[in-house]
Design a protein around this ligand. Structure first.
Ligand code: GTP
Length: 362
């Protein structure tokens, strides 16, 4: 079977991390975001994955061999010269999707969504309704902020409604689809959004069905959701593979620590923390709701909450960081500072406290 993953977006909302690499290879729960999808696709029998790339192609192409070897899958890059949106890339990759595909089916995924990926159930549902497309839906608390989907009791999609003022549905598109290859011919070879163009037409023709996604879901394309998504995936690991989580007297709740990281036994870590390879956490430090990317350091007696620490960044001693702060790559925070809810661009040295939330430090 085949799948196409949309990895070509600019990822502007995940800046400053996406100044350094494409969103889909930012490590989420200590592995490149897109590999969560690759692994789940391989597990359901997908043998060929097309990565629809655009922005920052070099960084992605460099990773492909590693992903192919690690997940035992063939990966093909389909590269756009101009951004083709969420639909155009399918048309561009038509040859790859149709060739050697006797079942005539393929999955399509946004690269920034995480969940338990119920691909097996999706396949059974799709084969049962026998129409051209299936999209996964997830339930949200406040549907007025989203485009919602209205389906009948069999899952046949009736309508899409943008930001409804009154309650009509609390189910939104989860960014995961299963299509017959015939859907490709509905898409022109130009910038094109599936959600705005192809889906409403397919719904009118009764060719599009929806399946409710069981369990957790998050679009981790912005820092707040990246941190919340980390909490959700750690809880999922707790249920499915608890031995992957770290334990110890100084560990609280769900914590994932790469074996190469060096954590002082007097540092207190958790809940909801991931610590990547070669990271250092010094004595007496306190971390909760934190993502530490490769080779970053938290100095002695620092308090870090609700923060993403970018690759190679270094937080000094007796620092306090909170309020959804994102440090880009190679940022240095000097000793004894207070940093509250800001984004720090790569290669910046911070020498004074930032009390006011929402600042971007360049
Ligand atoms: P923002 O700039 O923060 O909105 O992120 P984004 O550019 O990734 O956009 P968005 O999160 O809406 O994209 C959803 C999915 O579609 C992501 O997996 C993107 O990588 C992908 N995507 C968006 N635009 C394009 C495009 O023009 N080409 C390709 N190949 N993928 C795209």
């Amino acid at each position: 079977m085949k799948a196409l993953i949309l990895v070509g977006g600019f990822g502007t909302r995940l800046r400053p991390l996406t100044f350094s690499c494409p969103k889909s290879i930012v490590e989420f729960a200590n592995q490149p975001l897109v590999t969560h999808q690759i692994k789940a696709l391989v597990d359901v029998g997908v043998t060929d994955i097309i990565l629809a790339i655009g922005f920052q192609p070099k960084a992605m192409i460099e990773k492909i061999k590693q992903f192919e070897e690690e997940y035992k899958v063939r990966i093909i890059c389909s590269q756009e010269v101009e951004p083709l949106g969420t639909g155009g890339p399918l048309r561009l990759a038509k040859e790859h999707l149709v060739k050697d595909n006797p079942e005539g089916l393929f999955f399509v995924l946004n690269s920034d969504v995480i969940c338990d990926f119920p691909f097996k159930e999706m396949l059974a549902f799709h084969k049962n309704h026998q129409k051209e497309g299936t999209i996964l839906l997830t339930k949200v608390q406040d549907p007025t902020k989203y485009g919602v989907v209205v389906s009948d009791s069999n899952g046949r999609i009736e309508r899409f409604i943008e930001k409804p003022k009154q309650f009509i549905s609390d189910r939104i598109n989860a960014g995961i689809y299963l299509f017959n290859t015939s859907v490709i011919d509905r898409i022109p070879l130009e910038p094109h959004m599936l959600e705005l163009n192809t889906f409403p037409t397919m719904a009118k023709e009764a060719q599009l069905y929806s399946m409710d996604l069981p369990g957790f879901w998050m679009d981790v394309g912005q820092p707040k959701d990246f941190v919340i998504g980390t909490t959700l995936i750690l809880e999922s690991i707790r249920t499915k593979n608890p031995s992957a989580l770290s334990t110890g007297q100084n560990i609280i709740g769900n914590v994932l620590i790469d074996p190469t990281a060096k954590i002082s036994p007097t540092a207190v870590i958790g809940p909801n923390v991931t610590i990547g390879p070669d990271c250092i956490v010094e004595e007496g430090a306190r971390l909760k709701n934190v993502v530490m990317l490769k080779n970053s350091t938290v100095g002695a007696h620092s308090w870090v909450d609700n923060t993403i620490v970018g690759w190679d960044s270094k937080i000094g001693k007796w620092v306090r960081i909170e309020g959804l702060t994102v440090l880009g790559e190679d940022v240095k925070i000097k000793d004894e500072l207070f940093i509250n809810g800001c984004s720090v661009l790569p290669h910046k040295v911070i020498s004074t406290s930032i009390n006011e939330k929402g600042q971007i430090l360049m």
